[in-house]
Design a protein around this ligand. Structure first.
Ligand code: C2E
Ligand code: MG
Ligand code: MG
Ligand code: MG
Length: 289
């Protein structure tokens, strides 16, 4: 009896693995076609100075609109694109498109302090020999100043090959590019590498903000991250701010920047223009209340 059960369990498991492998293969195949077809579009989530309510810039977040499947969430296709290395092609497109969009918005608002653009990178991007050259070309072709481009990397991306990664990051810094540590506190962080990193900012992961309660563990962790950022001269950006209470706590703790549904979800470029970039706004404020 047990043996029979064991066998049928094995079969179910096997069938599930098979189904998963098929979905995966299919996804990989579809992803290649999507790159050619240009199914991808960029959404932009505004980032604010949470003390002055001024719009600082945007994080570019990719969206896949499949002609039959519809919307495919990044959490489903980014990991596969990373494993297959195809992310390199996608991220090059993301970098180009985001910089082009930034140049357009900056030109429309020459009297504002220059808006910034943040783009997420993955491990294969940092391993690409031509990364620095490619970004240099993108900056030259779009006319974007390196100081206005931020690249987001995670701590987990640093654990293998930290020395090679540091060399790449140093080269990117010579172009004026800013480096943010994304999802800070969730990866395999080791505080002893932080001072070696040419980082400019820490992004507090949404999961911390999410579970923040007055004085609880997450509250204390956030407080500590902000202190570390301030001590090391790094800007601190809170992500996933959803409530007025979270915003108030973050302001009290001395966090400078933030993004989240309270201000705005990621939006298509036309929606960003309708909400934030309209009417020669000399002091764009966030749309609170
Ligand atoms: P991330 O860089 O940490 O991006 C923040 C994620 O939190 C985004 O999810 C954003 O839509 C979501 N978010 C922002 N504010 C809120 C909020 O207030 N509440 C909630 N519930 N969620 C919020 P998204 O767009 O699904 O992206 C997921 C992840 O996929 C990103 O995490 C990033 O790691 C990766 N990713 C997205 N676009 C790209 C890309 O172009 N290239 C690469 N390499 N990775 C990307
Ligand atoms: Mg990010
Ligand atoms: Mg993040
Ligand atoms: Mg995150």
């Amino acid at each position: 009896q047990a043996k029979a059960q064991g066998k049928s369990c094995y079969k179910i498991f096997d069938a599930q693995m098979h189904a998963k492998a098929l979905i995966r293969l299919n996804l990989e195949h579809e992803f290649c076609k999507a790159l050619e077809r240009k199914d991808f579009i960029l959404y932009y989530q505004p980032i604010f100075d949470i003390n002055t309510n001024h719009l600082i810039g945007f994080e570019a977040l990719v969206r896949w609109q499949h002609p039959i499947w519809g919307f495919v969430p990044p959490a489903e296709f980014i990991p596969i694109a990373e494993e297959t290395g195809l992310i390199v092609l996608l991220d090059n497109w993301v970098l180009y498109t985001a910089c082009q969009q930034l140049a357009t918005w900056q030109n429309q608002h020459p009297n504002l302090p220059p808006l910034k653009m943040s783009v997420n990178l993955s491990v294969p991007d940092l391993r690409k020999a031509s990364l620095v050259r490619d970004i240099e070309t993108i900056l030259a072709e779009t006319g974007v100043d390196g100081n206005c481009l931020t690249l987001e990397i995670t701590e987990t991306m640093l654990i293998n090959n930290i020395n090679d990664t540091l060399i790449v990051l140093e080269q990117l810094k010579t172009l004026g590019i800013q480096i943010s540590i994304d999802d800070f506190g969730t990866g395999y962080s080791s505080l002893n590498y932080l001072h070696r990193l040419p980082a400019d900012a820490l992004k507090i992961d949404r999961s911390f903000i999410n579970q923040m309660q007055a004085g609880n563990r997450n509250y204390q962790l956030i407080k500590t991250i902000i202190t570390i950022g301030n001590q090391l001269g790094l800007a601190v950006i809170a992500e996933g701010i959803e409530t007025q209470q979270q915003l108030q706590w973050l302001q009290e703790l001395g966090c400078e920047f933030g993004q989240g549904y309270l201000f705005s979800p990621p939006l298509s470029a036309p929606k960003i223009e309708a909400l934030f970039m309209n009417t020669g706004c000399s002091h764009i404020s966030c749309q609170l209340q």
